[in-house]
Write a protein that binds this ligand. Structure first.
Ligand code: SF4
Ligand code: SF4
Length: 112
């Protein structure tokens, strides 16, 4: 079955915990990432307010934590996201979840 990540970027705070958790568990050197945060903006928003959009994406280095045990059974990046804006699962299931909120990102990671 194809696996994927569903990214509800509306709630991503830009905390980088997913990146750090991944680097630590995989022992990646600086500059190497399984998941990398993009910070887009700032864009003007109401009068003198400005907003950023934080969007994590998964790189070729992501193994989906294959062979790594976590307490929750979830990948480390997902388990460490305090905002709970990352979901890992079957592509088909996540596509269904996305219909409830289309303004999310769905990133397939192939057969893993
Ligand atoms: S699933 Fe595992 S390997 Fe992939 S980005 Fe998350 S922590 Fe890194
Ligand atoms: S841990 Fe969650 S909230 Fe923090 S940057 Fe990653 S996806 Fe965003």
């Amino acid at each position: 079955m194809s696996k994927a990540f569903l990214i509800d970027y509306e709630w991503c705070t830009g905390c980088h915990s997913c990146e750090v958790a991944c680097q630590m568990v995989n022992d990646f050197p600086p500059g190497q990432f399984g998941v990398k945060l993009s910070i887009l903006g700032p864009w003007p928003y109401e009068d003198d307010k400005w907003i950023f959009t934080n969007v994590p994406f998964f790189t070729e280095q992501c193994t989906c934590c294959a062979g790594l045990e976590t307490a929750t059974g979830q990948p480390y990046c997902v388990a460490h996201c305090q905002a709970k804006c990352l979901v890992f699962g079957e592509l088909d299931e996540l596509q269904k979840q996305m219909t409830a909120k289309p303004s999310q990102l769905l990133q397939g990671v192939g057969q893993r």
